[in-house]
Design a protein around this ligand. Structure first.
Ligand code: HEC
Ligand code: HEC
Ligand code: HEC
Length: 381
Protein backbone atom coordinates (compact mmCIF):
# COMPACT_ATOMS: atom_id res chain seq x y z
CA UNK A 1 0.00 0.00 0.00
CA UNK A 2 2.71 2.39 1.24
CA UNK A 3 5.06 1.40 -1.58
CA UNK A 4 2.38 1.97 -4.19
CA UNK A 5 1.75 5.53 -2.93
CA UNK A 6 5.47 6.29 -3.09
CA UNK A 7 5.69 5.02 -6.64
CA UNK A 8 2.73 7.13 -7.68
CA UNK A 9 4.25 10.24 -6.09
CA UNK A 10 7.61 9.60 -7.78
CA UNK A 11 5.87 9.22 -11.14
CA UNK A 12 4.07 12.52 -10.67
CA UNK A 13 7.37 14.23 -9.86
CA UNK A 14 9.12 12.75 -12.86
CA UNK A 15 6.26 13.78 -15.16
CA UNK A 16 6.25 17.28 -13.68
CA UNK A 17 10.02 17.67 -14.02
CA UNK A 18 9.96 16.50 -17.66
CA UNK A 19 7.07 18.85 -18.44
CA UNK A 20 8.86 21.81 -16.85
CA UNK A 21 12.09 20.98 -18.72
CA UNK A 22 10.25 20.65 -22.04
CA UNK A 23 8.43 23.93 -21.42
CA UNK A 24 11.70 25.65 -20.54
CA UNK A 25 13.30 24.29 -23.74
CA UNK A 26 10.31 25.42 -25.79
CA UNK A 27 10.45 28.85 -24.16
CA UNK A 28 14.18 29.17 -24.82
CA UNK A 29 13.64 28.21 -28.48
CA UNK A 30 10.66 30.49 -29.11
CA UNK A 31 12.05 33.45 -27.12
CA UNK A 32 15.18 33.57 -29.31
CA UNK A 33 17.40 33.82 -26.22
CA UNK A 34 19.62 30.92 -27.32
CA UNK A 35 22.36 32.35 -29.52
CA UNK A 36 23.06 30.55 -32.80
CA UNK A 37 26.11 32.80 -33.35
CA UNK A 38 29.00 30.86 -34.89
CA UNK A 39 31.23 33.56 -33.40
CA UNK A 40 30.47 32.37 -29.85
CA UNK A 41 31.60 28.79 -30.13
CA UNK A 42 29.91 25.86 -28.37
CA UNK A 43 29.63 25.15 -24.66
CA UNK A 44 32.26 22.51 -23.81
CA UNK A 45 29.60 19.88 -23.23
CA UNK A 46 27.91 20.62 -26.58
CA UNK A 47 31.27 20.27 -28.34
CA UNK A 48 31.91 16.98 -26.58
CA UNK A 49 28.45 15.65 -27.39
CA UNK A 50 28.73 16.61 -31.08
CA UNK A 51 32.23 15.16 -31.43
CA UNK A 52 31.50 11.86 -29.70
CA UNK A 53 28.12 11.61 -31.43
CA UNK A 54 29.72 12.19 -34.84
CA UNK A 55 32.49 9.64 -34.31
CA UNK A 56 30.10 6.98 -33.02
CA UNK A 57 27.62 7.60 -35.83
CA UNK A 58 30.31 7.34 -38.51
CA UNK A 59 31.75 4.18 -36.91
CA UNK A 60 28.35 2.45 -36.81
CA UNK A 61 27.11 3.52 -40.24
CA UNK A 62 30.35 2.70 -42.02
CA UNK A 63 29.98 -0.97 -41.00
CA UNK A 64 27.78 -1.41 -44.08
CA UNK A 65 30.30 0.05 -46.53
CA UNK A 66 31.62 -2.52 -49.04
CA UNK A 67 35.29 -3.43 -49.39
CA UNK A 68 37.56 -0.75 -50.83
CA UNK A 69 39.38 -1.15 -54.14
CA UNK A 70 43.22 -1.13 -54.01
CA UNK A 71 43.78 2.34 -52.56
CA UNK A 72 47.46 2.54 -53.45
CA UNK A 73 46.42 2.47 -57.14
CA UNK A 74 48.22 5.45 -58.64
CA UNK A 75 45.45 6.35 -61.12
CA UNK A 76 42.88 6.37 -58.33
CA UNK A 77 45.11 8.60 -56.18
CA UNK A 78 45.67 11.04 -59.06
CA UNK A 79 41.98 11.32 -59.90
CA UNK A 80 41.25 11.91 -56.20
CA UNK A 81 43.96 14.58 -56.09
CA UNK A 82 42.46 16.35 -59.09
CA UNK A 83 39.08 16.55 -57.42
CA UNK A 84 40.51 17.41 -53.99
CA UNK A 85 42.21 20.47 -55.44
CA UNK A 86 38.95 21.91 -56.73
CA UNK A 87 36.36 20.44 -54.37
CA UNK A 88 37.97 20.17 -50.92
CA UNK A 89 40.87 22.64 -50.72
CA UNK A 90 38.60 25.71 -50.58
CA UNK A 91 37.43 24.53 -47.13
CA UNK A 92 40.12 22.18 -45.82
CA UNK A 93 43.23 23.69 -47.39
CA UNK A 94 45.98 21.35 -48.57
CA UNK A 95 49.77 20.97 -48.58
CA UNK A 96 51.11 24.49 -49.08
CA UNK A 97 47.58 25.84 -49.50
CA UNK A 98 45.85 27.57 -46.63
CA UNK A 99 42.14 28.11 -46.91
CA UNK A 100 40.46 31.48 -46.86
CA UNK A 101 40.10 33.00 -43.34
CA UNK A 102 36.33 32.90 -43.83
CA UNK A 103 36.30 29.14 -43.40
CA UNK A 104 38.13 29.35 -40.05
CA UNK A 105 35.05 31.17 -38.86
CA UNK A 106 32.77 28.25 -39.63
CA UNK A 107 31.58 26.28 -36.59
CA UNK A 108 33.07 23.72 -36.48
CA UNK A 109 35.93 24.87 -38.72
CA UNK A 110 36.99 22.34 -41.40
CA UNK A 111 40.17 20.65 -40.10
CA UNK A 112 43.42 20.33 -42.03
CA UNK A 113 42.84 16.81 -43.32
CA UNK A 114 46.45 15.59 -43.31
CA UNK A 115 46.28 15.78 -39.50
CA UNK A 116 43.04 13.90 -38.99
CA UNK A 117 42.75 11.20 -41.66
CA UNK A 118 44.75 8.77 -39.48
CA UNK A 119 41.87 8.81 -36.99
CA UNK A 120 39.56 7.18 -39.51
CA UNK A 121 39.47 3.78 -41.27
CA UNK A 122 39.13 3.58 -45.07
CA UNK A 123 35.44 2.73 -44.81
CA UNK A 124 34.83 5.58 -42.36
CA UNK A 125 36.49 8.07 -44.70
CA UNK A 126 34.39 6.70 -47.56
CA UNK A 127 31.25 7.15 -45.50
CA UNK A 128 32.13 10.74 -44.54
CA UNK A 129 33.07 11.82 -48.08
CA UNK A 130 29.96 10.18 -49.54
CA UNK A 131 27.41 11.31 -46.97
CA UNK A 132 28.83 14.50 -45.48
CA UNK A 133 28.23 15.45 -41.83
CA UNK A 134 25.05 17.10 -40.59
CA UNK A 135 25.24 20.40 -38.70
CA UNK A 136 28.84 21.03 -39.72
CA UNK A 137 28.85 22.30 -43.31
CA UNK A 138 30.66 19.18 -44.59
CA UNK A 139 28.73 18.48 -47.84
CA UNK A 140 27.61 15.09 -49.19
CA UNK A 141 28.96 13.76 -52.54
CA UNK A 142 27.05 15.29 -55.46
CA UNK A 143 26.49 11.93 -57.24
CA UNK A 144 25.59 9.52 -54.45
CA UNK A 145 25.69 6.42 -56.66
CA UNK A 146 29.25 7.01 -57.90
CA UNK A 147 31.07 4.99 -55.24
CA UNK A 148 34.00 4.64 -57.65
CA UNK A 149 34.60 8.40 -57.51
CA UNK A 150 34.32 8.55 -53.72
CA UNK A 151 36.92 5.78 -53.41
CA UNK A 152 39.28 7.84 -55.58
CA UNK A 153 39.05 10.67 -53.04
CA UNK A 154 39.67 8.22 -50.18
CA UNK A 155 42.72 6.85 -52.04
CA UNK A 156 44.07 10.39 -52.23
CA UNK A 157 43.30 11.09 -48.54
CA UNK A 158 45.40 8.03 -47.65
CA UNK A 159 48.34 9.47 -49.64
CA UNK A 160 47.85 13.02 -48.32
CA UNK A 161 49.79 12.94 -45.00
CA UNK A 162 52.99 11.95 -46.87
CA UNK A 163 52.77 14.81 -49.39
CA UNK A 164 54.83 17.97 -49.15
CA UNK A 165 53.78 21.20 -50.88
CA UNK A 166 56.00 20.48 -53.88
CA UNK A 167 54.70 16.89 -54.37
CA UNK A 168 51.18 18.20 -54.07
CA UNK A 169 51.69 20.88 -56.71
CA UNK A 170 53.17 18.31 -59.06
CA UNK A 171 50.39 15.80 -58.47
CA UNK A 172 47.61 18.31 -59.05
CA UNK A 173 49.49 20.19 -61.81
CA UNK A 174 48.75 23.38 -59.93
CA UNK A 175 52.34 24.63 -60.10
CA UNK A 176 51.81 26.35 -63.43
CA UNK A 177 50.84 29.96 -62.89
CA UNK A 178 48.69 29.88 -66.02
CA UNK A 179 46.87 27.00 -64.32
CA UNK A 180 44.85 29.51 -62.41
CA UNK A 181 43.59 31.23 -65.54
CA UNK A 182 40.06 30.23 -66.39
CA UNK A 183 39.81 27.75 -69.21
CA UNK A 184 37.25 29.74 -71.19
CA UNK A 185 39.55 32.69 -71.09
CA UNK A 186 42.26 30.55 -72.60
CA UNK A 187 39.93 29.14 -75.21
CA UNK A 188 38.92 32.68 -76.12
CA UNK A 189 42.44 34.02 -76.41
CA UNK A 190 43.67 30.74 -77.88
CA UNK A 191 46.90 30.80 -75.89
CA UNK A 192 49.62 28.17 -76.16
CA UNK A 193 49.03 24.49 -75.62
CA UNK A 194 51.52 24.31 -72.73
CA UNK A 195 49.22 26.39 -70.60
CA UNK A 196 47.48 24.32 -67.97
CA UNK A 197 43.92 25.49 -67.64
CA UNK A 198 41.18 24.64 -65.21
CA UNK A 199 40.21 21.71 -67.42
CA UNK A 200 43.70 20.78 -68.58
CA UNK A 201 44.66 20.24 -64.94
CA UNK A 202 42.73 16.95 -65.21
CA UNK A 203 42.20 16.41 -68.94
CA UNK A 204 45.67 17.34 -70.15
CA UNK A 205 46.33 19.04 -73.44
CA UNK A 206 47.93 18.29 -76.78
CA UNK A 207 51.22 17.70 -75.06
CA UNK A 208 50.19 16.15 -71.78
CA UNK A 209 47.88 13.19 -71.24
CA UNK A 210 45.09 13.33 -68.64
CA UNK A 211 46.13 13.28 -64.99
CA UNK A 212 44.86 9.68 -64.61
CA UNK A 213 43.74 6.87 -66.89
CA UNK A 214 40.30 7.28 -65.27
CA UNK A 215 39.99 10.77 -66.79
CA UNK A 216 38.87 10.70 -70.45
CA UNK A 217 40.96 12.09 -73.30
CA UNK A 218 38.65 14.80 -74.65
CA UNK A 219 41.04 16.41 -77.13
CA UNK A 220 39.95 15.56 -80.67
CA UNK A 221 36.42 14.38 -79.77
CA UNK A 222 33.66 15.85 -81.97
CA UNK A 223 32.58 19.25 -80.60
CA UNK A 224 28.91 18.25 -80.65
CA UNK A 225 29.64 15.24 -78.41
CA UNK A 226 31.65 17.33 -75.92
CA UNK A 227 28.88 19.90 -75.81
CA UNK A 228 26.25 17.26 -75.25
CA UNK A 229 28.32 15.71 -72.43
CA UNK A 230 28.88 19.05 -70.70
CA UNK A 231 25.15 19.87 -70.92
CA UNK A 232 24.29 16.49 -69.46
CA UNK A 233 26.58 17.12 -66.46
CA UNK A 234 25.30 20.67 -66.02
CA UNK A 235 21.66 19.48 -66.11
CA UNK A 236 22.33 16.54 -63.78
CA UNK A 237 21.55 13.99 -66.55
CA UNK A 238 24.96 12.41 -66.28
CA UNK A 239 25.98 11.71 -62.72
CA UNK A 240 29.49 12.53 -61.62
CA UNK A 241 30.51 14.21 -58.39
CA UNK A 242 33.67 15.32 -60.18
CA UNK A 243 32.30 16.77 -63.44
CA UNK A 244 28.87 18.04 -62.33
CA UNK A 245 30.30 20.79 -60.09
CA UNK A 246 32.74 21.80 -62.85
CA UNK A 247 30.06 21.92 -65.57
CA UNK A 248 27.55 23.73 -63.35
CA UNK A 249 29.85 26.76 -63.40
CA UNK A 250 29.81 27.00 -67.20
CA UNK A 251 27.25 29.02 -69.13
CA UNK A 252 26.08 28.04 -72.63
CA UNK A 253 28.73 30.22 -74.27
CA UNK A 254 31.56 28.72 -72.26
CA UNK A 255 30.31 25.20 -73.00
CA UNK A 256 30.27 25.87 -76.71
CA UNK A 257 33.68 27.58 -76.69
CA UNK A 258 35.38 24.90 -74.65
CA UNK A 259 33.89 22.13 -76.77
CA UNK A 260 35.17 23.69 -79.96
CA UNK A 261 38.54 24.33 -78.36
CA UNK A 262 39.04 20.72 -77.25
CA UNK A 263 37.63 19.32 -80.49
CA UNK A 264 40.35 21.25 -82.32
CA UNK A 265 43.26 19.83 -80.31
CA UNK A 266 45.08 16.74 -81.48
CA UNK A 267 44.95 14.29 -78.62
CA UNK A 268 47.84 12.80 -76.69
CA UNK A 269 46.33 9.31 -76.97
CA UNK A 270 46.70 6.53 -74.44
CA UNK A 271 49.17 4.62 -76.59
CA UNK A 272 50.79 2.25 -74.11
CA UNK A 273 48.68 -0.78 -73.35
CA UNK A 274 49.27 -3.75 -71.11
CA UNK A 275 46.79 -5.93 -73.00
CA UNK A 276 47.90 -9.17 -74.68
CA UNK A 277 47.61 -9.50 -78.49
CA UNK A 278 44.93 -12.20 -77.98
CA UNK A 279 42.84 -9.85 -75.88
CA UNK A 280 43.13 -7.12 -78.50
CA UNK A 281 42.08 -9.56 -81.24
CA UNK A 282 39.02 -10.61 -79.23
CA UNK A 283 38.18 -6.95 -78.63
CA UNK A 284 38.59 -6.14 -82.29
CA UNK A 285 36.06 -8.83 -83.20
CA UNK A 286 33.48 -7.26 -80.87
CA UNK A 287 34.20 -3.75 -82.16
CA UNK A 288 33.99 -4.64 -85.84
CA UNK A 289 31.45 -7.50 -85.91
CA UNK A 290 29.60 -7.32 -82.60
CA UNK A 291 28.36 -10.51 -80.92
CA UNK A 292 25.18 -11.39 -82.84
CA UNK A 293 24.26 -14.34 -80.52
CA UNK A 294 23.80 -11.98 -77.57
CA UNK A 295 22.47 -9.01 -79.52
CA UNK A 296 25.63 -6.90 -79.21
CA UNK A 297 26.07 -4.64 -82.25
CA UNK A 298 29.43 -3.73 -83.78
CA UNK A 299 30.73 -0.80 -81.73
CA UNK A 300 32.33 0.80 -84.76
CA UNK A 301 28.94 1.14 -86.46
CA UNK A 302 28.48 4.12 -84.16
CA UNK A 303 31.92 4.90 -82.78
CA UNK A 304 33.98 5.63 -85.87
CA UNK A 305 32.71 9.12 -86.52
CA UNK A 306 29.33 8.27 -88.09
CA UNK A 307 27.58 10.92 -86.01
CA UNK A 308 29.07 14.06 -84.44
CA UNK A 309 27.14 13.45 -81.24
CA UNK A 310 28.72 9.98 -80.78
CA UNK A 311 32.13 9.78 -79.09
CA UNK A 312 35.23 8.30 -80.71
CA UNK A 313 36.70 5.46 -78.70
CA UNK A 314 39.99 4.93 -80.53
CA UNK A 315 42.95 5.67 -78.29
CA UNK A 316 40.80 6.23 -75.20
CA UNK A 317 42.23 4.88 -71.93
CA UNK A 318 40.99 1.33 -71.40
CA UNK A 319 40.34 2.03 -67.73
CA UNK A 320 38.08 4.95 -68.51
CA UNK A 321 36.17 2.93 -71.14
CA UNK A 322 35.75 -0.01 -68.75
CA UNK A 323 34.59 2.28 -65.97
CA UNK A 324 31.94 4.00 -68.12
CA UNK A 325 30.55 0.65 -69.30
CA UNK A 326 30.32 -0.44 -65.65
CA UNK A 327 28.58 2.87 -64.84
CA UNK A 328 25.90 1.99 -67.45
CA UNK A 329 25.62 -1.51 -66.01
CA UNK A 330 24.75 0.08 -62.67
CA UNK A 331 21.84 1.84 -64.36
CA UNK A 332 23.53 5.27 -64.42
CA UNK A 333 24.16 7.50 -67.46
CA UNK A 334 20.91 6.22 -68.98
CA UNK A 335 18.52 9.16 -68.55
CA UNK A 336 19.76 11.30 -71.46
CA UNK A 337 18.65 10.42 -75.01
CA UNK A 338 22.16 9.43 -76.23
CA UNK A 339 22.89 7.66 -72.94
CA UNK A 340 19.73 5.59 -73.43
CA UNK A 341 21.05 4.33 -76.80
CA UNK A 342 24.19 2.96 -75.12
CA UNK A 343 22.57 1.57 -71.96
CA UNK A 344 21.14 -1.71 -73.37
CA UNK A 345 24.36 -2.38 -75.29
CA UNK A 346 26.51 -1.96 -72.18
CA UNK A 347 24.16 -4.23 -70.19
CA UNK A 348 24.67 -7.09 -72.67
CA UNK A 349 28.46 -7.08 -72.40
CA UNK A 350 30.15 -9.52 -70.00
CA UNK A 351 33.03 -8.27 -67.86
CA UNK A 352 35.49 -10.16 -70.07
CA UNK A 353 34.03 -8.56 -73.22
CA UNK A 354 34.23 -5.12 -71.62
CA UNK A 355 37.92 -5.60 -70.81
CA UNK A 356 38.67 -6.96 -74.29
CA UNK A 357 36.90 -4.26 -76.27
CA UNK A 358 38.38 -1.48 -74.09
CA UNK A 359 41.87 -2.94 -74.63
CA UNK A 360 41.29 -2.98 -78.38
CA UNK A 361 40.24 0.67 -78.50
CA UNK A 362 43.17 1.70 -76.31
CA UNK A 363 45.58 -0.11 -78.63
CA UNK A 364 44.40 2.09 -81.53
CA UNK A 365 46.14 5.01 -79.87
CA UNK A 366 49.59 3.47 -80.21
CA UNK A 367 51.87 5.23 -82.67
CA UNK A 368 51.48 3.95 -86.23
CA UNK A 369 54.16 1.66 -87.55
CA UNK A 370 54.49 0.64 -91.19
CA UNK A 371 52.27 -2.24 -92.25
CA UNK A 372 49.94 -2.45 -89.24
CA UNK A 373 46.94 -1.09 -91.12
CA UNK A 374 44.81 -4.07 -90.07
CA UNK A 375 44.02 -2.78 -86.59
CA UNK A 376 43.57 0.81 -87.70
CA UNK A 377 39.80 0.74 -88.17
CA UNK A 378 38.19 3.51 -86.18
CA UNK A 379 41.48 5.37 -85.87
CA UNK A 380 40.96 8.98 -84.95
CA UNK A 381 41.26 11.26 -87.95
C1 HEC B 1 32.01 23.81 -47.41
C2 HEC B 1 33.20 23.39 -46.73
C3 HEC B 1 33.65 21.96 -46.90
C4 HEC B 1 33.95 21.30 -48.07
C5 HEC B 1 33.83 21.81 -49.49
C6 HEC B 1 34.45 20.01 -47.68
N1 HEC B 1 34.44 19.88 -46.32
FE1 HEC B 1 35.04 18.27 -45.25
N2 HEC B 1 34.44 19.13 -43.53
C7 HEC B 1 33.95 20.41 -43.43
C8 HEC B 1 33.57 20.64 -42.07
C9 HEC B 1 32.98 21.92 -41.54
C10 HEC B 1 33.85 19.46 -41.35
C11 HEC B 1 33.51 19.14 -39.91
C12 HEC B 1 34.63 19.24 -38.96
C13 HEC B 1 34.25 18.73 -37.59
O1 HEC B 1 33.19 18.13 -37.39
O2 HEC B 1 35.08 18.94 -36.72
C14 HEC B 1 34.42 18.54 -42.31
C15 HEC B 1 34.85 17.28 -41.98
C16 HEC B 1 35.51 16.43 -42.86
C17 HEC B 1 36.11 15.17 -42.49
C18 HEC B 1 36.16 14.58 -41.08
C19 HEC B 1 37.38 15.15 -40.39
C20 HEC B 1 37.39 15.07 -38.90
O3 HEC B 1 38.18 14.29 -38.38
O4 HEC B 1 36.61 15.81 -38.30
C21 HEC B 1 36.68 14.65 -43.62
C22 HEC B 1 37.45 13.35 -43.75
C23 HEC B 1 36.39 15.57 -44.70
N3 HEC B 1 35.69 16.64 -44.20
C24 HEC B 1 36.80 15.40 -46.00
C25 HEC B 1 36.44 16.25 -47.04
C26 HEC B 1 36.76 15.99 -48.42
C27 HEC B 1 37.57 14.83 -48.94
C28 HEC B 1 36.20 17.01 -49.14
C29 HEC B 1 36.17 17.18 -50.65
C30 HEC B 1 35.59 16.08 -51.37
C31 HEC B 1 35.55 17.91 -48.20
N4 HEC B 1 35.72 17.42 -46.94
C32 HEC B 1 34.89 19.06 -48.57
C33 HEC B 1 33.79 21.31 -44.46
C34 HEC B 1 33.96 21.05 -45.81
C1 HEC C 1 39.04 17.20 -61.20
C2 HEC C 1 39.32 16.71 -62.52
C3 HEC C 1 38.54 17.29 -63.68
C4 HEC C 1 38.44 18.60 -64.04
C5 HEC C 1 39.03 19.82 -63.36
C6 HEC C 1 37.64 18.61 -65.25
N1 HEC C 1 37.28 17.33 -65.58
FE1 HEC C 1 36.11 16.81 -67.16
N2 HEC C 1 36.10 14.87 -66.50
C7 HEC C 1 36.76 14.41 -65.39
C8 HEC C 1 36.37 13.03 -65.14
C9 HEC C 1 36.86 12.13 -64.02
C10 HEC C 1 35.44 12.70 -66.15
C11 HEC C 1 34.63 11.40 -66.29
C12 HEC C 1 33.39 11.59 -65.42
C13 HEC C 1 32.35 10.51 -65.53
O1 HEC C 1 32.57 9.42 -64.99
O2 HEC C 1 31.29 10.76 -66.12
C14 HEC C 1 35.30 13.87 -67.01
C15 HEC C 1 34.48 13.93 -68.12
C16 HEC C 1 34.42 15.02 -68.97
C17 HEC C 1 33.71 15.04 -70.24
C18 HEC C 1 32.99 13.88 -70.88
C19 HEC C 1 33.96 13.18 -71.80
C20 HEC C 1 33.47 11.90 -72.40
O3 HEC C 1 34.27 11.27 -73.08
O4 HEC C 1 32.33 11.53 -72.20
C21 HEC C 1 33.87 16.29 -70.76
C22 HEC C 1 33.33 16.80 -72.08
C23 HEC C 1 34.67 17.06 -69.82
N3 HEC C 1 34.99 16.26 -68.75
C24 HEC C 1 35.06 18.38 -70.01
C25 HEC C 1 35.69 19.15 -69.04
C26 HEC C 1 35.88 20.58 -69.14
C27 HEC C 1 35.49 21.42 -70.34
C28 HEC C 1 36.50 20.98 -68.00
C29 HEC C 1 36.90 22.38 -67.56
C30 HEC C 1 35.84 23.35 -67.54
C31 HEC C 1 36.71 19.78 -67.18
N4 HEC C 1 36.19 18.71 -67.85
C32 HEC C 1 37.34 19.77 -65.95
C33 HEC C 1 37.67 15.12 -64.61
C34 HEC C 1 37.80 16.49 -64.64
C1 HEC D 1 23.70 2.44 -81.96
C2 HEC D 1 24.88 3.21 -81.75
C3 HEC D 1 25.90 2.66 -80.76
C4 HEC D 1 26.53 1.44 -80.78
C5 HEC D 1 26.33 0.29 -81.74
C6 HEC D 1 27.48 1.46 -79.68
N1 HEC D 1 27.42 2.66 -79.03
FE1 HEC D 1 28.61 3.26 -77.52
N2 HEC D 1 27.67 5.06 -77.47
C7 HEC D 1 26.64 5.43 -78.28
C8 HEC D 1 26.23 6.78 -77.93
C9 HEC D 1 25.11 7.56 -78.58
C10 HEC D 1 27.08 7.19 -76.88
C11 HEC D 1 27.06 8.55 -76.16
C12 HEC D 1 26.24 8.46 -74.91
C13 HEC D 1 26.15 9.78 -74.18
O1 HEC D 1 26.21 10.82 -74.82
O2 HEC D 1 26.01 9.73 -72.95
C14 HEC D 1 27.97 6.10 -76.63
C15 HEC D 1 28.99 6.14 -75.67
C16 HEC D 1 29.86 5.10 -75.42
C17 HEC D 1 30.92 5.15 -74.44
C18 HEC D 1 31.29 6.33 -73.56
C19 HEC D 1 32.45 7.07 -74.16
C20 HEC D 1 32.86 8.28 -73.39
O3 HEC D 1 33.74 8.99 -73.88
O4 HEC D 1 32.34 8.52 -72.30
C21 HEC D 1 31.53 3.94 -74.45
C22 HEC D 1 32.69 3.49 -73.58
C23 HEC D 1 30.87 3.13 -75.45
N3 HEC D 1 29.85 3.87 -76.02
C24 HEC D 1 31.21 1.84 -75.77
C25 HEC D 1 30.61 1.09 -76.76
C26 HEC D 1 30.99 -0.27 -77.05
C27 HEC D 1 32.09 -1.02 -76.35
C28 HEC D 1 30.17 -0.68 -78.06
C29 HEC D 1 30.14 -2.02 -78.74
C30 HEC D 1 29.98 -3.16 -77.88
C31 HEC D 1 29.27 0.43 -78.38
N4 HEC D 1 29.58 1.48 -77.56
C32 HEC D 1 28.29 0.39 -79.36
C33 HEC D 1 26.09 4.69 -79.31
C34 HEC D 1 26.46 3.41 -79.65
Amino acid sequence: MFARRETRQALIWITLTITVLLLAAALLTVSGLYSVAASRGHFPWTSWLLKVGMHRSVATHSLLVGSPPRLSDDNLVRLGAGHFHGGCVPCHGGPGKRSNPIVYHMLPPPPELSRVVQDWSDKELFWIVRNGIKYTGMPAWVALKRDDEVWAVVAFLRALPKLGAQDYRKLTRSQDRVGNRRAEERARVGSGSQAISACARCHGSETSPPISSLVPIIAGQPAAYLESALRQYADGDRESGIMQPVAAELDADAISLLSKYYAGLSPALAGETIATPEQITRGQAIATLGVPETGIPACLACHAGSSPTFPLLAGQHARYTVNQLLVWQQGLRATSAPGAIMAPIAKRLSRQQIDDVAAFFESLGAPRTAGDATTRVGQRP
